[in-house]
Design a protein around this ligand. Structure first.
Ligand code: CO
Length: 212
């Protein structure tokens, strides 16, 4: 059986098992899309978001890209965030990076990988902004892991600086933004302690008034 035939066979088994265990599963999910969480994570195949935080289908709205980058002009990511916040009214936006990230390592190397180098440039900028702290870390893997953490911190900051999050806060909507990091070594997630849930937590220079 080919790899793709295996996928279809597994899908048929999954659909049948799911209905056997919960006959209303598909009719219920088909009628309602109401997740409380938005997950922004790396595309890395080793991080299935629903599985690692035990969320069933329907419970997690997801955006993934290489290196879990959030930057202020990425219309793809921002559209996901806007829909999640304004329409789905998610209560938490989680940026989850991970140790051992190939995107992070590539952003630190001088080797060219093609088009993706332009995307990873965002992470390279984070490296340059924290050059002193990072170059003081002798172990290259530990240095990459610290850059993975800093990249999450910057992503959380960039999210909080969007008009999407600021407008939600201004109208009193309860939405918190969090930065987490996942370890491929033990499967555990650590909270980086950079959560934000009100406009006073961001620098005045990034605070933007209500829509005109
Ligand atoms: Co990664």
């Amino acid at each position: 059986m080919s790899l793709l035939d295996e996928c279809f066979a597994a899908n048929r088994r999954w659909a049948a098992t799911t209905v056997a265990e919960d006959p209303a599963f598909f009719s219920r999910l088909g009628a309602l899309h109401d997740p409380d969480l938005l997950w922004i994570g790396c595309s890395d195949a080793r991080l299935p978001p629903n599985e690692i935080i035990g969320r069933a289908p329907g419970e997690l709205f997801v955006h993934r890209n290489v290196g879990n980058v959030v930057e202020h002009a990425d219309v793809n990511c921002l559209s996901v965030v806007q829909y999640a916040v304004d329409v789905l009214h998610v209560k938490h936006v989680i940026v989850c990076g991970h140790y051992g990230c190939g995107g992070i390592r590539s952003a630190m190397s001088s080797q060219q990988f093609g088009l993706i180098d332009n995307w990873l440039r965002h992470i390279r900028d984070v490296y340059v902004d924290h050059r002193d702290e990072l170059t003081a870390i002798a172990n290259p893997e530990r240095r990459a892991d610290r850059l993975a953490e800093l990249n999450v911190v910057v992503a959380v900051e960039n999210l909080c600086h969007t008009t999407i999050i600021q407008n939600a806060w201004r109208r009193g909507q309860a939405v918190a933004v969090h930065g987490w990091i996942y370890s491929l070594e033990d499967g555990l997630i650590r909270d980086l302690g950079v959560s934000a849930e009100r406009v006073e937590q961001i620098p005045p220079e990034y605070r933007i008034g209500p829509p005109a």
